[in-house]
Ligand binder design. Structure first.
Ligand code: 5GP
Length: 228
């Protein structure tokens, strides 16, 4: 049964929870060479953080089997992509392999304004550009495979790309990996569950950073004045 003290505690917790929601959203950048397990990790992170948003990029590459326009990517023509660049519609954009990829600005700004975290699956070029544009809100995470053999196996198992494309992606992997030290965190994805736990821990820790907790100032003021 609840006594008056525990009722008071329950009320203050609710108030505290409401206060805590007044925080800046994180911009979580995940980069890795293709096949390091980034997509699986991202999906799992989003599954248990339902208020977290995923940034859907625009790309000029053709959809792979099963990919859905507006969900996996916005699949656009090169003309449309150039038009979006000219309209300043991208937060960042880059050429990756032989195609163009870009992060539409508007949904990111909307999510951050609502205090929601937003996850970006972008390459090192995108991470560098976002560092210029929004360093304070950014958490940069690089995912490494445990070894190159594993990486190739994962690319082959995915089997959505031709052998020539896989060979090209393997060649590019080394270049992508060379940027690992530009990231705040590096996760070696040998066991998915461990990597996921590491990823979740990073998010929890980054959310707790003082400068992101906009509610703390008013809370402490009320705390010392005895109002809370
Ligand atoms: P994929 O074609 O395999 O989906 O993606 C190829 C690479 O492009 C991945 O490394 C992915 O992270 C990167 N990428 C996807 N969207 C964007 C984007 O909007 N900007 C940048 N810079 N890279 C992206």
């Amino acid at each position: 049964m609840l006594n008056s003290a525990s009722v008071g505690q329950a009320e203050s917790l609710t108030k505290l929870d409401r206060l805590k929601s007044k925080r800046r959203g994180l911009m979580i950048v995940l980069s890795s060479p293709s096949g390091a397990g980034k997509t699986t990790l991202t999906r799992k992170l989003l599954a248990d953080n339902t208020d977290m948003a995923m940034s859907v990029s625009a790309t000029t590459r053709a959809p792979r089997p099963g990919e859905i326009d507006g969900h996996d990517y916005f699949f656009v023509s090169k003309d449309t992509f150039v038009k979006m660049i000219n309209e300043d519609a991208f937060l960042e954009h880059a050429k990756v392999f032989d195609n163009y990829y870009g992060t539409p600005k508007a949904p990111v700004e909307a999510a951050l304004a609502e205090g929601r975290d937003i996850v970006f699956d972008i390459d090192w070029q995108g991470a560098q550009q976002l560092t210029q544009a929004a360093a304070d809100d950014l958490v940069r995470i690089f995912i490494l495979p445990p070894n190159m053999f594993e990486l190739e196996q994962r690319l082959k198992t995915r089997a959505q790309d031709s052998d020539a494309v896989i060979a090209k992606r393997m060649a590019k992997s080394e270049a992508e990996i060379s940027h690992w030290a530009e990231y705040d965190y590096v996760i070696v994805n040998e066991r998915l569950e461990t990597a996921l736990e590491e990823l979740r821990s990073i998010v929890i820790t980054e959310r707790l950073k003082r400068r992101r907790q906009l509610w703390l100032g008013p809370f402490v003021k009320a705390l010392v004045s005895g109002e809370t």
